[in-house]
Design a protein around this ligand. Structure first.
Ligand SMILES: Cc1cc2nc3c(=O)[nH]c(=O)nc-3n(C[C@H](O)[C@H](O)[C@H](O)COP(=O)(O)O)c2cc1C
Length: 383
């Protein structure tokens, strides 16, 4: 993995950040609040003590989750610290649904905010300040009440797993779940729960949850506030939007670098193109996944010619491998035209011919969109 990022050393993209920051072990809490007579709660690990005098906590909450708006309006939050046997509560409060508190024992604290009866500690806070940080709001809270069950061991979170450091098993569960989505074991639009996924993988809910979270990041699963995890439909629009977004990025790169592209970076792209050619022979894939990896690395290295980390991150955010796996990956049949046009793109960049590079980038996008249409027609319009 580190090797892959050597060429873009100044760009810390989402995948790299998630991987590296996952080494920071944290506790797990459920942050609760209450507004307009309704209870809210969410699993949160980005919670920490801030100051002793006055006693203060902070909680980092994604602005897109309903609990963020609820805390902003109520001006209060309670940090419920989970114990080592509370993995179930962590899943429950991390999965969007309207009735998270059903069947959960609570007591009422200041401002009627719910406190989870099972929590090993609770800190009730009044918001003193709200700070914006990237996608999140950081709520600073003055602690007005605090209780703890002494001796209880906390639940910990490390590299996407609760309390256990079973990385390889987590990764295997993710890969298994990903293959199932890609091979359409689950239908588009189908709701999938942690329990259902656990049943079809290895029975372990923690690993099923880990897999669902990663699939959601990949864009293969959508988090619906009412329904929970839903298999994201893949259709012509998704495919067109993705390939056109990649084209827009590549055209921007061509405008910026044509005639002055870094030769070393062009060599990297050439290497990836040669790798692709080993796996797409004549009109079929010898090994689709190996082709896909090389294809991704090729386009990433084209985008990296810009030396602009934000563009590289935007390319990564397209989850293009998933789109390609769900379209081109359904059959070993392909076309040598894909390779030819990508070769034209690189050659044009090597000789500094911006017009030819633009033509090749557009042709590649058109070919990809047309191929998805053919494949969707074969599979009934949606996969
Ligand atoms: C272990 C773990 C830690 C999490 N930590 C945070 C966090 O610190 N901040 C955050 O915004 N979301 C965090 N989440 C995700 C939220 O729990 C999730 O988005 C939840 O659905 C939000 O609830 P709501 O949609 O009901 O508001 C975490 C999830 C897990 C499983």
């Amino acid at each position: 993995m580190t090797q892959e990022y050597v060429s873009t050393a100044d760009a810390v993209d989402a995948d790299l950040f998630r991987h590296v920051v996952g080494h920071l072990a944290t506790g797990v809490t459920v942050v609760t609040t209450r507004v307009d007579g309704r209870d809210h709660g969410m699993t949160a690990s980005s919670v920490t003590s801030l100051s002793m005098d006055p006693p203060m906590m902070l909680a980092c909450v994604n602005n897109s989750v309903p609990t963020a708006a609820a805390i902003e309006r109520s001006g209060r939050f309670t940090v419920n610290v989970l114990g080592q046997s509370h993995g179930d509560l962590a899943y429950l409060f991390a999965t969007p649904r309207p009735d998270k508190f059903a069947g959960v024992q609570i007591v009422r604290g200041v401002g009627e905010v719910p406190i989870l009866a099972e929590a090993i500690a609770a800190l009730e806070c009044e918001v003193t300040e709200q700070v914006s940080g990237g996608t999140h709001s950081v709520f600073l809270g003055h602690v007005v009440a605090a209780t703890a069950r002494d001796g209880a061991a906390p639940l910990t979170y490390f590299r996407g797993g609760f309390g256990r450091f079973e990385f390889e098993r987590n990764d295997r569960a993710y890969e298994q779940a990903r293959d199932m989505v890609l091979s359409r074991v689950f239908a588009a639009g189908q709701v999938i729960t942690v329990d259902e996924l656990a049943d079809v993988i290895d029975g372990d809910r923690a690993r099923a949850f880990y897999a669902l979270t990663r699939l959601a990041t990949d864009g293969l699963i959508r988090r619906d506030p009412e329904r929970g995890y839903v298999i994201a439909p893949f259709d012509v629009r998704t495919s067109d939007d993705t390939f056109e977004a990649r084209l827009a990025i590549e055209l921007g790169v061509i405008d910026r670098v044509a005639g002055q592209a870094d030769p070393k970076q062009l060599d990297v792209a050439r290497h990836h193109l040669d790798t692709m050619a080993r796996y797409l022979v004549d009109d079929h894939f010898e090994d689709f996944h190996a082709y896909l990896d090389a294809n991704y690395a090729f386009h990433e290295s084209i985008v990296a010619l810009s030396k602009n980390p934000l563009l590289i991150a935007a390319f990564g955010a397209l989850s293009i491998k998933n789109v390609m796996a769900r379209s081109f990956g359904v059959t070993a049949q392909s076309s040598a035209a894909f390779l030819a046009v990508q070769r034209d793109l690189l050659t044009a960049l090597e000789v500094g011919d911006a017009d030819a590079a633009r033509v090749a980038a557009r042709s590649y996008c058109d070919l990809a969109k047309a191929r998805t249409r053919q494949l969707l027609a074969l599979t009934g319009g949606q996969v």
